[in-house]
Design a protein around this ligand. Structure first.
Ligand SMILES: Cc1cc2nc3c(=O)[nH]c(=O)nc-3n(C[C@H](O)[C@H](O)[C@H](O)COP(=O)(O)OP(=O)(O)OC[C@H]3O[C@@H](n4cnc5c(N)ncnc54)[C@H](O)[C@@H]3O)c2cc1C
Length: 381
């Protein structure tokens, strides 16, 4: 259906071509294999880059096109098939690519953005630390400027795609004596730098991308890899975090819609007591509630994307969309699994993967508790 004014014209075409491509090129078996064998979806990255999708939201001089609402519609459609692809795209193109686009030097843009657009490199975003989670300003990793390079020491935790990323956009403390929210900077650290150690973590989901602990021991990083002004990292980071929340809402919407569609199909086919289980009112109510919540998530995500595309403040809307869509994905996965009964609990079904993957969305990108605090603050509390 056409969701005017959000999905019209070229945006609708983009949405349709994503569905068409992903349906053909990203079958369930592939997603399952990447999950089971912790396999990086490199083929999908390269094929989607060849279609020009890795320059979406990048500047036109790097072949870029489209706005943040296009991004929301794109990520929703991608996540319907592959959460891993949506996540690595979001980190690489939107979070890190977007930060470079906004604050990077001409040399950084020329070096990195065309390679991102061609799907040659992916990136990672390294903010969290063992003692800096929700309290992100508690970052302790230091980067001390010495002549023409920084010396980085410390560790980062939960860094998605660190194993494959060419650069880690790392939040570092460049003035250890400054106030908590000051004295931080953004530094592109090449993954291959001497003194960088990366350890993949064993997690419940997200196996295709891997999330890692990263250690920096006397890592020398050329000063020209500083992104944005020295000590201005925190303030420069904030628009990226808002955009991330809207993006995560879009992914949850797409993935939750896939859950509803699978559960609906099963409810129509599975016969018990002589009729399809979808004829039982208890199952009908579940599916009606699931679809309604997904529709509401979609509208919240589109609203946030629309405001961002207009250059308007969207802190409340992005956080609200993230909370609601993440809760929706979790709830639909729980109910979807219930509708599939024993089969849903089997590793043979995709529902167990949604059950595992969905939980993450209530935790990362700022937990749902923190997002509710953002909404409350915007309400003047
Ligand atoms: C799989 C995965 C991938 C990730 N990828 C990345 C990444 O690529 N880059 C990156 O930088 N980070 C990443 N993260 C980190 C993620 O953003 C953090 O896990 C998240 O911000 C929460 O921090 P924490 O885990 O330290 O939990 P904590 O901050 O310790 O929170 C623990 C609990 O306390 C609650 N809590 C904390 N403070 C408050 C408060 N003020 N009010 C109410 N409740 C509160 C939280 O909501 C939570 O329920 C990832 C995490 C995971 C699990």
């Amino acid at each position: 259906k056409m969701l005017t004014p959000y999905t019209t014209g070229e945006r609708k075409l983009l949405q349709e071509s994503v569905h068409q491509f992903m349906k053909a090129e990203c079958p369930r078996e592939y997603v399952r294999e990447c999950d089971e064998h912790k396999r990086y979806p490199i083929e999908l990255i390269q094929k989607t880059a060849a279609l020009g999708w890795w320059s979406l939201t990048l500047p036109p001089e790097y072949g870029g096109y489209g706005d943040y609402l296009d991004m929301i519609v794109f990520l929703e459609a991608i996540a319907y098939y592959s959460i891993a692809l949506a996540r690595v795209w979001n980190i690489t193109v939107s979070m890190v690519g977007g930060t470079i686009q906004r604050f990077g030097t001409p040399a950084q843009k020329a070096e990195i953005l065309p390679r991102v657009a061609r799907g040659e490199i992916t990136l990672a975003f390294a903010l969290s630390e063992p003692d800096a989670g929700s309290d992100a300003a508690a970052v302790k990793t230091t980067a001390i400027l010495q002549d023409d390079h920084f010396v980085v020491n410390g560790s980062k935790m939960w860094i998605t795609n660190a194993l494959h990323a060419h650069y880690l956009l790392t939040v570092v403390r460049t003035d250890p004596r400054a106030e908590r929210h000051q004295g931080m900077s953004l530094l592109l650290i090449p993954r291959e730098s001497e003194g960088v150690e990366i350890q993949p973590l064993n997690l419940l989901g997200g196996h295709a991308l891997r999330t890692c602990a990263v250690y920096f021991d006397e890592v020398r990083v050329p000063a020209h890899l500083l992104v944005g002004e020295l000590h201005h990292g925190w303030i420069n980071l904030l628009p990226t975090l808002t955009k991330e929340r809207a993006a995560l809402a879009a992914m949850c919407t797409g993935a939750a819609q896939a859950v509803v569609d699978d559960a609906l199909r099963y409810a129509k086919q599975r016969v018990q007591f002589g009729r399809p289980i979808g004829k039982f009112q208890a199952i009908q109510h579940k599916l009606a509630d699931m679809q309604t919540r997904v529709d509401a998530s979609r509208l919240l995500a589109y609203q946030a994307g629309y405001l961002l595309a207009q250059g308007q403040a969207a802190d409340r809307e992005a956080s609200a969309a993230k909370v609601f869509a993440a809760d929706t994905y979790v709830q639909t996965a729980i109910e979807g699994l219930q509708i599939l009964g024993g089969y849903g609990y089997s590793m043979e079904s995709d529902m167990q993967r949604h059950f595992r993957e969905s939980k993450l969305f209530q935790i990362f990108g700022g937990t749902n508790e923190i997002q509710r605090l953002v909404v409350a603050r915007q309400l003047g509390l």
